[in-house]
Design a protein around this ligand. Structure first.
Ligand code: ADP
Ligand code: ASP
Ligand code: MG
Length: 440
């Protein structure tokens, strides 16, 4: 079986939904994972923030605006009267529920419940659209099988058991439509796989059913060699290895959720990135094979905090790093980059939830400096660390204000820490130096 995931823009207009229908209507049995229609999750997040800050009127207005958009979409998409009444009833019930939440006390669970409505809406509407168009499709509720455990990892055993049970209980269908992003947590409450999580849903399902292939359909013709939102002249890469894709996704390439390849890399299930508006384009195929050499792509991850830990006692001492790492472990905060000298360690984190506790503990034995608004720029390619062209990269250091550099931690990755304000210029400069071979 194949798993196909369609992102927000792919289901964000009548025209794109029609494209999706044509793509999936090929007679092959498949699971189709859908995101919320583009803009919906952002709107739901804002509604949830309004409830948090008791801005009830704003919340109600946003709910009403969103409801109007959905009424329009349904009217344009569904013409068959019985299906139209069914969808209108469903959409109204969702918006009625949303209206009742505005007076509830804010909690993470309430927010998760609100944010989950986007995928519930898109899948219901799209499944009825397929029925109207005569396709043999069936809705497969993600909350009946998708669950994360106490460490927020997918509960693979539960997912596999329940997915297979449900699919066997449902009427035989060619196309099973399910919600991306949403899941239950270990306590059975509504949760999610974090923003952009529908990609992750697709590979979790793909791993659970040992799919032949997972296809991630989006609004661009594949994984580009640099961020196309800020750099012109980028191009799609036809092949990436799981390792390369994992590094790029982790270090900020928005096209993939950071965890996307994790469930499938050991199972060697290919992941193909495809463009919904241009289905004939090759896209990007992610597998275990290695293709090409040198630096293949650049990505950037914002929201990084750098911490410098300085201690004269570090000089010739052993056990210092252990003491430092134990503090980060205690506060469940992972470290992205690290460099050391005789008397100082610099490291970066992206989760600052427990930053003040971490600093207090470090200050018991070291001087600590914290710098926010940093960005990690990451250059990726198979064994780039050994490639003869890579050292040329250092020539650009005279042009770019690099705060930290990590070279050799993995042979596929070189990371630079810069000020977030310098990001766009750095990505553009690197693009020229690395891919256009402009002398520095
Ligand atoms: P979807 O809603 O389909 O999940 P996303 O917006 O999450 O789509 O991801 C696709 C977008 O990611 C593209 O439109 C593009 O602007 C952005 N993007 C950022 N970095 C890259 C990259 N390296 N390659 C391709 N797209 C990228
Ligand atoms: N709808 C969710 C989001 O906007 C999940 C996704 O699109 O993958 O983050
Ligand atoms: Mg996405």
């Amino acid at each position: 079986m194949l798993v196909l995931k369609f992102g927000g823009t792919s289901v964000g207009s009548i025209e794109n939904m029609t494209n999706v229908k044509n793509i999936i209507n090929d007679g092959q049995r498949k699971v189709v994972v859908l995101s919320a229609m583009s803009g919906t999750t952002n709107a739901l997040v804002t509604i949830s923030e309004c409830i948090k800050y008791k801005e009830i009127e704003n919340a109600l207005e946003l709910i009403s605006d969103l409801h109007k958009t959905y009424i329009q979409t349904v009217n344009q998409l569904i013409h068959q009267s019985d299906l139209q009444s069914e969808v209108e009833l469903y959409v109204s019930s969702i918006f009625d529920t949303l209206k009742t939440t505005v007076n509830d006390n804010y909690s993470t669970t309430l927010s998760n419940k609100i944010v989950a409505q986007g995928e519930l809406l898109s899948t219901f509407i799209f499944s009825r659209f397929l029925l109207q168009e005569g396709l043999n499709a069936c809705l497969l509720p993600a909350l009946d099988f998708m669950r994360i455990d106490k460490s927020n990892e997918p509960d693979c055993f539960y997912i596999r058991q329940n997915f297979n049970r449900i699919i066997n209980e449902l009427p035989e269908a060619d196309i099973y439509i399910t919600q991306g992003f949403i899941c239950l947590d270990a306590e059975g409450q509504i949760a999610n796989l974090q923003r952009g999580g529908s990609d992750y849903t697709a590979t979790i399902i793909g791993a659970a059913i040992h799919a032949e292939e997972i296809q991630i359909w989006t609004d661009i013709d594949g994984f580009h060699n640099n961020d196309p939102r800020v750099v012109t002249d980028t191009h799609a890469i036809s092949n990436l290895s799981f390792d390369e894709a994992a590094e790029l996704a982790y270090f900020g390439a928005k096209i993939l959720h950071p965890q996307t390849v994790t469930p499938v890399r050991d199972l060697d299930i290919p992941v193909r990135l495809k463009d919904t508006n241009s289905p004939a384009a090759h896209g990007t195929l992610i597998t275990n094979s290695i293709h090409g050499e040198g630096i293949k792509a650049i990505a950037a991850k914002d929201g990084i905090t750098a911490i410098k830990i300085k201690s004269a006692r570090m000089l010739l001492a052993y056990g210092f790093l252990k003491k430092v790492f134990e503090i980060f472990e205690k506060y469940e905060t992972s470290i992205d980059m690290i460099t050391t000298s005789e008397i100082a360690i610099s490291l970066t984190i992206d989760d600052t939830k427990n930053l003040s506790e971490i600093i207090s503990e470090l200050e018991k034995f070291a001087r600590v400096e914290v710098d926010s608004f940093r960005t990690i720029v990451c250059l990726v390619g198979h064994h780039i660390v050994y490639h003869p062209d890579t050292p040329k990269l250092f020539q650009i250091l005279q042009d770019v204000n690099v705060r930290m550099i990590s070279y050799g931690g993995s042979s596929n990755n070189i990371s630079l820490l810069i000020n977030t304000g310098d990001k766009i210029e750095t990505l553009r400069k690197l693009n020229r130096y690395v891919f256009d071979l402009v002398p520095a």
